[in-house]
Design a protein around this ligand. Structure first.
Ligand code: AMP
Length: 415
């Protein structure tokens, strides 16, 4: 089956076309046929599309909305220029899988989309006001352009974390606020943490129930996840993706009294503070330079920029603290896995995070660490180390495509 995987943001649409089915999943032989991203939807959009094994093609075009963006993608996918094997007409796309950010407590696993699922995703909008409406736009656009005969599946960022116990997901605020408004920690990046756990158990030759790791997704957004017996038992993001680690533009953990203090001292509204914490903090806020880790490392190397170093050090210390916290919470673990743009590509950051953790059985082999860049799966711990340390490039799209296939088989419902 050819599955179109969509990840719609407020002004962007990422896609992959993946060939997979139950047999290919079993053989681990799924194939990515094409991928691309459309940015700045709503104005002159920037389009990058790439068929497997061919160079990327960049273009610009006025694309009014997500429907127009998806229409562009579909026309390209079936066009003679793209020359994607097995794709000649829209009928060659058998299903669509969507990344949906927030499924709250409602969606504990991926589901075939029908009207009730759409209503469920709408109910979660107040918890993800920027993301869920964009995800819905992708669903509506696909329904309109591909027809109701093509099944669509929603794969939620939050689902993997629905196994967290109450002690991990509750905030210590009056319990009735949880009852009344479902204020709790949900966690995100679930599909990435689940993928990493799945790859780890394949590499280590373990069953799901024997999978015990701390997964570190370090990209522009960052989160750590404590995984016991294959299940997420704790994660660093909370009600929203703001909590936890230091990120590109998000500050992560802080004293909530800062909000009142800022409102008072700077005369800021709650909305302005929310923007400050989400968009102007983290690596960008501390360095005053950029949210991009690669650029910060360059600034540090070439200009010895003090605030670049400070931002990187804060970032690494926070990850280190959560490794310690999760080791305590899990009572030890078998492996630490790095993923995400920074986790997959930066030996320097991995080394800085792990420095000083030797007494906890965490020691990186410098040579192996330096080889782990550019999308390679590598084990980077020193020989004889208590814990395995791995770099596993994430692949959320593959899991979305696989979930799509499995969900359709389990519940072949239509609109
Ligand atoms: P993501 O959101 O997963 O795409 O990750 C984006 C982040 O990964 C940005 O901060 C990039 O600077 C960072 N990144 C990508 N490649 C490298 C690299 N080679 N070294 C350091 N950071 C990198």
């Amino acid at each position: 089956m050819n599955i179109l995987v969509l990840n719609c943001g407020s002004s962007s649409l990422k896609f992959q076309l993946i060939e997979t089915d139950l047999d290919l999943i079993e053989k681990n032989a799924d194939a990515q046929k094409a991928k691309g991203i459309i940015e700045r939807i709503g104005s002159q959009a920037l389009i990058t599309v790439q068929a497997a094994g061919k160079p990327a093609v960049k273009q610009a075009a006025p694309l009014r909305d997500h429907r127009a963006a998806l229409d562009y993608v579909l026309r390209w996918v079936i066009s003679p220029e793209a020359q994607i094997p097995g794709i000649r007409a829209l009928a060659d796309i058998q299903a669509v899988g969507h990344r949906v950010v927030h499924g709250a407590e409602k969606f504990v696993k991926s589901v075939v989309i029908d009207q009730s699922v759409i209503e469920g995703i709408e109910d979660c909008i107040e918890l993800a006001p920027l993301h869920n409406p964009a995800n819905l736009k992708g669903i509506y656009a696909a329904r309109e352009l591909l027809g109701t005969g093509v099944p669509q599946v929603a794969v939620f960022d939050t689902s993997f974390h629905t196994t967290m116990p109450e002690t991990s997901y509750l905030y210590a605020i009056p319990y009735q606020l949880y009852r009344r408004h479902k204020i709790r920690r949900y966690g995100f990046h679930g599909t990435s943490h689940r993928y990493v756990a799945y790859r780890y158990r394949e590499i280590a030759g373990l069953t799901r129930e024997k999978t015990n790791i701390i997964s570190l997704h370090l990209g522009n957004g960052c989160s750590a996840c404590a995984i016991r017996n294959g299940d997420s038992v704790d994660t660093t993001m909370g009600l929203t993706p703001l909590e936890g680690l230091v990120m590109g533009t998000r500050g992560g953990d802080m004293d909530p009294s800062i909000l009142e203090f800022l409102a008072h001292k700077e005369g800021m509204s709650l909305t302005e503070i929310d923007t400050l914490l989400n968009k102007q903090s983290g690596l960008l806020g501390i360095s005053g330079l950029t949210n991009d880790m690669r650029e910060l490392l360059e600034e540090e190397r070439e200009h010895k920029d003090r605030r670049a170093t400070l931002a990187i050090d804060l970032f690494c210390l926070r990850v280190k603290k959560y490794i310690g916290a999760y080791l305590a919470e899990l009572g030890g673990t078998d492996a630490i896995v790095f993923t995400g743009g920074i986790g997959e590509n930066s030996p320097a950051i991995r080394a800085r995070i792990c420095t000083g953790l030797e007494n906890l059985g965490i020691a990186i082999d410098e040579k192996l660490n330096n080889t782990a860049t550019g999308g390679k799966e590598v084990e980077i711990n020193k020989a004889g180390n208590k814990l395995r340390i791995l770099v596993i490039p994430t692949n959320e799209e593959l899991l979305i495509a696989r979930d799509t296939v499995r969900s359709i088989k389990d519940a072949p419902r239509r609109w």
